[in-house]
Every structure is written in C-alpha cells, then in structure tokens.
Design a protein around this ligand. Sequence first.
Ligand SMILES: [Zn+2]
Length: 123
Amino acid sequence: MHEFSMITQIVENVLKEAEKHRAKKVTEVNLVIGKLTFLGLEQVRFSYDVLVKGTIMEGSKLYIEEKNGVVKCSSCGYEGDFMYEDDPMFHVPTPTLHCPKCEGVVDIVRGRECTIKSVKLIV
Ligand SMILES: [Zn+2]
C-alpha cells in the first residue's frame, strides 16, 4: 500500500498546518502528484477518505494535479518525456529508464514529487 503511506504523510502535514493556524476545519486540499510516483489515483482518494475520517479534514475536497515526468540522458543530452513499454507481467505500459534516442540510461528530472500545493482552512 504505497498510496496509503504517502497519503498518511500528506494528511499529517495538512493537520499540522491547520493546527498552526488554529483552523476549525479543512475544506480543500490540492495535491501535485508526479506521474513517476506511480501512485494510483483511485487508491489515493480511497486512502484519503479513510485517513481524514474523524479529523477536521473530514468532508474536505481533494484535488489532484498530475505532473508529467521528465527524464534526461547523460550520454546524448535528450531531455523530455519518458518512454513506456508493455510489461508482459502486468499487461500495462510501464515507463522504462531508457533513452528514446540512444537507448542509454536516463535520470529522472521531474515526476517523483507528491506535494501539497495549497490547503483551504476555516479559522
Ligand atoms: Zn540518449
């Protein structure tokens, strides 16, 4: 349950922030999730609903903005989208860490973030 532990941290941080502002209620949470985190958005929403129950975040809206991943190749300098290939194990397209130009190994530049963009509170 990758999503559950990620969202546990997010919810803890939002609650800490709300406490700092002495908020009575959290009404909205905006998240930015990079596609290379491989978080399932449905599981994210499910985990969120479970975790906010009984807290001042209960009933708040969760908005998720997905950010594309960007990779960079150190051999040829390619920078851009990462490639997908079909994984025969799971029958789903999985990103590869190979350069589309030279087949070299690429580094992930962006797309691994899972951050709180903004939160709406009632104080
Ligand atoms: Zn390359």
